[in-house]
Design a protein around this ligand. Sequence first.
Ligand code: HEM
Length: 475
Amino acid sequence: MPLNFLLMFVLLFLLVLSAFLLVRSWGWKKAMEDIPGNLGWPIVGESFSFISEFGSPAGICSFMINRQKRFGKVFKTSVLGRLMVFMTGSNAAKILLTGKDGMVSLNLFYTGQQVLGRSSLLQTNGEAHKRLRRLIGEPLSMDGLRKYFQFINNLAIETLDEWSGRTIFVLDEASTFTLKVIGNMIMSLEPKGEEQEKFRDNFKIISSCFSSLPLNIPGTAFYHGMKARKRMFEMLDSIIEKRRSGEICRQDFLDSLIIKHNKTGGGSDEEKLTDEQLKDNILTLLIAGHDTTTAALTWLIKFLGENPHVLEQLRIEHQQIQEHRKGENLSWADVNNLPYTAKVLSETLRRATILPWYSRKAAQDFEIGGYKIKKGWSVNLDVVSIHHDATVFPEPNKFDPSRFEAPLRPFSFLGFGSGPRMCPGINLAKLEISVFIHHLVCKYRWRCLEKEDDSVQPTLVRMPKNKYPIRVEAL
Ligand code: HEM
């Protein structure tokens, strides 16, 4: 009897929920009438087309560009049960990314929400978000990163030594390098050994489930991802325990949060984190920082390979440093004075647009570009079109770092985002990439083993589909 009652209750709940979602979706569809676009079939919307274009050589860009051609710069669609509005242009960017007065929040798919956890920086808003950013920002500032410089420098030299005389896939190698850097920075993981292997295996499973379908049943990517998340958290629990008991003390990112900000530590209550917040946000930094830096480093090496005159100019900047050092090691001051390298990185982020669209959820009704947006809608900024606007970047498909010599119009370049959600890992990413590139261009040359191809992998972060295979020789 109680079982029947429970079953009836669950059915009734599902019925009410479906009715609510249906009524809300009808209401939203009506409110969206003025916005051009096609919502596709009932329930499935344009999901099939989205999934198939996501897997095409141009990735999500082809979905966005095809619709822009038909409907203009602002269009609506419905994907995986979500009604979405896409828009582009620096005005839209300013409004959405600045998101004044809590107008919008970050919009993660269900899988992303479950993987990162509810106290992740990506799922917090307002004051809680500001506070978390403050805590995380400190160890990621230039001052905070200084102590990892030597580790990154040695690792770059060792990694490149192993490339010499071999054929390698840059994407795979860059992935290993950036994961070792962030593992060491966050919790002092040694670059080799059993702990590193376990960490890498779990991380890869978690990261590859991030954009999977939200089916948490045995055999699915999402199911394996959630299991790997549990194993990763057990590993973190054991490390945190050792740090707290004083058995191990390392002065890394984790220690700085445990000592200053953990519930059992000192400091004001305002500045304290629970273990859940600590673990969710360590995973958040790993996920947000790894694929992005890996992709940036890979695209950068690929663009250098395809543009010998840029490589030559970059090499001159780095060889001058080498000459001044007279055989001594690269120094912290050197990496902070690389003007041409900074332009090459910006041009890489513009040309590749690693994160092609930034997604927000309207937290209130507002108007943008003459269109009325309702609370709860998913509003998405197409960054690829902003980065390829020929009025700002003439010949937008050309790789030309000199574009960044003059100041740009605000919100026309968004490589690391802008506003309150601008990337907090910008200094770390620049440091890793600059150090790696220094040793690469000073000591090696390479040639690509396949013909030029800009196809991307079907992942949220755009990466070269062919992983950029090269043959490397010492100079
Ligand atoms: C070249 C490498 C990187 C690129 C291109 C990049 C790009 C971005 C962009 C565009 C955003 C804003 C997205 C939005 O507004 O929706 C962002 C946010 C973020 N990035 Fe990065 N990122 C990189 C490296 C890193 C690294 C190394 C870390 C961590 C150590 C990191 C951690 C984060 C986090 C936690 C956020 C969310 C910030 C928030 O919601 O307040 N990123 N990144």
